[in-house]
Structures are given as structure tokens and as C-alpha cells.
Design a protein. Structure first.
Length: 209
């Protein structure tokens, strides 16, 4: 069983697009792979949460340049003041199994970017938890032990940003996308199918284990 680890923030638009593409590609393959999405809260890394205006700009650019509808329901007025409760919920889902954890990782991001919900609110997360049978979770803004462990491990490895993928001891920053900036400083993005295939090959190569 191959393992892919992803250190990521739940409010990162690059993760929302990139993680979905990786998961979709893995589903198309016949590879036996588990995906652990680990907490990398940028509000701790940067000392402050991501600014919603900046995220909204990136979301619009990604949607236009990539031709995706991954942000169609995004509502900047419903922006979480902290990502900790959502990260705690994902960690609780992973306690029930890898499939449940990955599913929850995708669903909290979809709730924010596709359904326009504030995933910092107790009632929003409680509904998502109930709908997915996650009953070992209690709303709190205090970080869970697992979220803290993920963050500490990310710091130990030198995680560069969100999303940072790891497989067979190698690091791949957002392998589904090529990201850069134009002469005017604006974001440039495109899908990177070759990079994604190279990542999948590396992640599933048993000779690298």
C-alpha cells in the first residue's frame, strides 16, 4: 500500500484545485494508494489567517486560467476567522479511517469554495460531521493533538507551503499545477499533466519504498 501525504491549509485555493486533481487521477488508476491530508495551517505559519480578498483574487484567476468551476459558489462574506475547527474535524475523520479522512478533507474545502459556507462556524461543521457519520468530534477552536502533531511534523520536514505533497521520501509542491507570476506580478497557472504523472509514478513505485 503506497502512501501520499499532503500538508495543506483548508483555505488554500491551490490545494482545493490541486488535491482534487490528484485524487481524481488516483481513482482512474489501478494503484493501491492511501492519501493522508495533514494539517498545515497557514494562520500559524504566517502568524495571521489568509486574507479573504487575496484568496478571492487567486480563486478568480484559477477559475479563469484553468477553466474550472471549483470556486463557483465561493462567498467571501462567509470567510472563517480560524481554520482550526475544520482541521480538527478532518483529524477526527482520519481516526475513523483513511477513506473517511480523505473524504472529509475534500468536503470541508468544497463547503468553503463551492458551497459558500463559513467552515469556521460550529453549526456548519456539525452538519458536515453528522452527514458523514463523524461522531468523535466536538467543536472547539483549540487545536487537537493530531493537528499539532501534523504541524510539528511539517516544520520538521521543512514544508514549503500549501499544498506540499510527500511520497516515498520525496517532496512535490502542488504537482497537479504549474504556478508562477507574470511580468506584472499577477498569478499564472496551468495544469501540469506531465508533472502529475511523474508524481503518481514516484508515489506508487514500490522500488522507492
Amino acid at each position: 500500500m503506497a502512501l501520499i501525504e499532503v500538508f495543506a491549509d483548508v483555505t488554500c485555493p491551490f490545494t482545493h484545485v490541486g488535491l482534487k486533481r490528484v485524487v481524481h487521477r488516483l481513482a482512474e488508476s489501478d494503484q493501491d494508494v492511501e492519501v493522508a491530508v495533514r494539517a498545515w495551517p497557514l494562520e500559524w505559519v504566517n502568524g495571521v489567517p489568509l486574507e479573504v480578498d487575496a484568496v478571492a483574487v487567486k480563486a478568480r484567476v484559477l477559475a479563469d486560467q484553468l477553466g474550472v468551476n471549483d470556486f463557483d459558489g465561493f462567498d467571501p462574506t462567509n470567510w472563517p476567522t480560524t481554520t482550526v475547527p475544520a482541521l480538527n474535524l478532518v483529524a477526527a475523520a482520519y481516526e475513523q479511517g483513511m477513506v473517511a479522512g480523505l473524504s472529509m478533507s475534500l468536503k470541508v474545502r468544497a463547503a468553503l469554495f463551492e458551497n459558500g459556507l463559513d467552515i469556521g462556524q460550529a453549526e456548519v461543521l456539525a452538519e458536515i460531521a453528522a452527514e458523514n457519520g463523524i461522531d468523535n468530534w466536538v467543536y472547539t477552536t483549540e487545536r487537537s493533538a493530531q493537528v499539532q502533531l501534523d504541524y510539528d511534523e511539517g516544520r520538521r520536514r521543512g514544508v514549503r507551503g500549501s499544498p506540499d505533497f510527500w511520497a516515498n521520501g520525496a517532496e512535490f509542491f502542488c504537482p497537479a499545477l504549474t504556478l508562477g507570476h507574470g511580468d506584472d506580478g499577477g498569478l499564472l497557472s496551468e495544469f501540469d499533466p506531465q508533472g502529475l504523472e511523474q508524481f503518481i509514478e514516484q508515489a506508487t513505485d514500490s522500488r522507492s519504498n
